[in-house]
Write a protein that binds this ligand. Structure first.
Ligand code: SAH
Length: 578
């Protein structure tokens, strides 16, 4: 819940507007501003104060306790011009809240946390438990001092700056990524260190009906400690379907702050385990619960099945621990047609989420300034599409966070399909849609795609011309609006006139045709002409050609395809008037 504090009428109006737009907000009006703030401080995870920054600093000063627990605080000025992340930028989420409030009220978000300002990821923003000297190591990170990275595997982290290296000198501040309690940072002679606990461990649990939560939790903790593993690295508890509602398991999962995942017995029965037994087979239909559930998603068995040892009665819980290898991440990111404001915020975020960016050099140039310092760039020239796609997959398979970029949408005549054709289930794949050339051109031309339409690439480099021709004929017969991609290059001159000729067998010479070149780029131009009037020599490889269907009209200089019969009648009437 977000607490809102306001002192003036304008502030209250802004608070009401914000609450309407965000929901889950409460306006505190306790009589005095300081009383309101004190109460909101107690009750809310985040506060937005419609007060001067100085006033807020004085009011919250006596309330400050701990960076981890204090609420995130954003203040907004009387004129709604700025949303300032004042306190709890990362831990309290104030930096993100400033952006949200800014978007809701039309204010500029002001963020002063060093890591956000310079593009270095905050060590406490990765979603992992952190231990140790975050502030000291972050400072070294930002000051460009050597920082040692000691990770027990390759994790899909965002790019870290170049001063972070595995071979930094021994006494250098360190970032350690490990699920092990004896992680190397603890070694004597090391400098300041932050230990990040990746969510690498799956704890399989079995329980008899009514097993007490303390017995389950005690067993899990003893098994972790016995193997020298951090409880903060537990990803989930895993069990069999029949135990999904077992109160002791649910309570233990809650205490560890993780989910209880349940698998069907048949699935567990199919997992090879070192210690199967008769008892669970009879009770729930699988010879192993703890080991099989821990191993069901793959990984290495670190702690084979062990039982609880309660005093004076039979054990009611079993546990086994598996370490899963990190899953690499492949983001397929469409950059849009060119202009920066047609790149989606999500695409921007994925670019900053990656440590490796793979793409054609001209696309890399388009977004280079958005990448975090230290981002590895794998760029290639035209013609190496398949190799480029596969190298992105390969890097993700090694555990990296990879962004494979393409213009428009990365899945449309682009890299996503060759990449996914070569990718297995062991990586996470995230698609970020982009504004395609067809859509960008359509907006420029008017509304040519108002009814059924198709895109056809005229490049016969990878597709035999007979196939292309068959599709153009089918589109002609079906009266579809057609957007031609890759319409004409220096070496491919005859295909576009040929395709237009096929459409002309079913459409009038006066059918509107839109030509859009380099849409949203500095050398953009577009024209509206007709099937008979198109000068194909104006068309090149940075162009799309949109051919209307038999209902498409030019209305007031714009290309318009009616949505249906009724609308068409209206359109024709207005044309008659003109
Ligand atoms: N993935 C891209 C298409 C790549 S195929 C998308 O979704 O848009 C390359 C073809 O796209 C070019 O030959 C051209 O026909 C078209 N194209 C790409 N960007 C364009 C732009 N800004 N303006 C006009 N056409 C463009």
């Amino acid at each position: 819940m977000i607490g809102l504090i306001a002192a003036t009428a304008a502030g209250r109006r802004a608070a009401v507007d914000l609450a309407e737009s965000l929901g889950d907000c409460v306006l505190y009006e306790e009589g005095s501003v300081s009383a309101s703030l004190e109460r909101a401080w107690e009750e809310c995870a985040q506060l937005v104060c419609f007060l001067a920054a100085g006033a807020v600093v004085r009011l919250v000063a006596p309330l400050l306790e701990d960076k981890r627990d204090d609420p995130g605080v954003v203040c907004v000025d009387e004129g709604r011009r700025f949303a300032v992340a004042l306190l709890g930028g990362h831990g309290g989420g104030a930096n993100a809240l400033a952006a949200t409030v800014g978007a809701a009220l039309g204010a500029v978000p002001v963020v002063t946390t060093a890591t956000d300002a310079t593009g270095v990821p905050g060590l406490d923003t990765l979603g992992w438990h952190t231990e140790g000297e975050v502030a000291a190591v972050s400072r070294a990170l930002l000051d460009g001092e050597p920082v040692r990275l000691a990770a027990d595997a390759v994790y899909p982290l965002p790019a870290l700056p170049a001063n972070v290296r595995a071979d930094a000198p021994a006494g250098a501040p360190a970032i350690v990524i490990s699920d092990r309690l004896d992680a190397p940072a603890a070694a004597p002679g090391s400098g300041a260190a932050v230990v990040l606990r990746p969510r690498s461990l799956v704890v399989g649990v079995g329980a008899s009906r009514g097993a007490p939560a303390e017995e389950v939790l005690g067993l899990v903790e003893a098994a972790l400690a016995g193997a020298g593993l951090s409880r903060h690295s537990v990803n989930c508890l895993a069990t069999v379907d029949a135990k999904a509602e077992e109160p002791g398991l649910l309570e233990a999962a809650r205490a560890l702050g993780v989910e209880l995942v349940a698998y069907p017995a048949e699935r567990l029965a199919a997992v090879a385990v070192p210690n199967p037994s008769e008892a669970p087979l009879a009770a729930v239909g699988t010879p192993s619960v703890a080991e099989a559930a821990a191993l069901a998603g793959g990984g290495e068995l670190l702690v084979p099945k062990r039982k609880s040892a309660p005093e004076g009665r039979a054990a009611m819980a079993t546990v086994a621990i598996v370490r899963r290898p990190p899953r690499g991440r492949l983001a397929l990111v469409g950059l849009g047609p060119g202009a920066r404001d047609l790149l989606t915020p999500r695409a921007r975020e994925e670019l900053r989420r990656a440590s490796v960016v793979v793409g054609l050099d001209q696309y890399v140039d388009q977004i280079r300034d958005l990448l975090r310092p230290g981002t590895r760039i794998e760029q290639t020239g035209l013609g190496a599409e398949e190799a480029r796609a596969l190298s992105a997959v390969h890097l993700a398979e090694q555990g990296h966070a990879v962004a494979l970029i393409g213009s428009g949408d990365a899945g449309v005549y682009a890299m996503a399909s060759p990449a996914l054709a070569g990718a297995g289930p062991e990586i996470d794949v995230v698609g970020v849609p982009g504004v395609t050339a067809a859509l960008a051109a359509s907006s420029l031309l008017g509304a040519p795609l108002g009814h059924d339409h198709v895109s056809i690439s005229l490049s016969d480099l990878h597709t035999p011309w007979e196939v292309i021709e068959r599709r153009v004929r089918a589109a002609a017969e079906a009266d579809l609006v057609v957007t031609f991609y890759n319409p004409r290059s220096r070496g491919r001159g005859w295909q576009l006139p040929k395709a237009l000729g096929l459409l002309a067998e079913h459409r009038e010479p006066s059918t509107p045709v839109g030509v859009a070149h380099a849409v949203s780029r500095p050398d953009e131009w577009h024209t509206l002409t007709t099937l008979a009037g198109l000068d194909v020599t104006t068309v090149d490889m940075t162009t799309v050609v949109v051919v209307g269907n038999t209902a498409t009209r030019e209305i007031a200089g714009r290309m318009v395809t009616p949505r249906g019969y009724r609308w068409q009648a209206v359109g024709e009437r207005s044309e008659e008037k003109a």
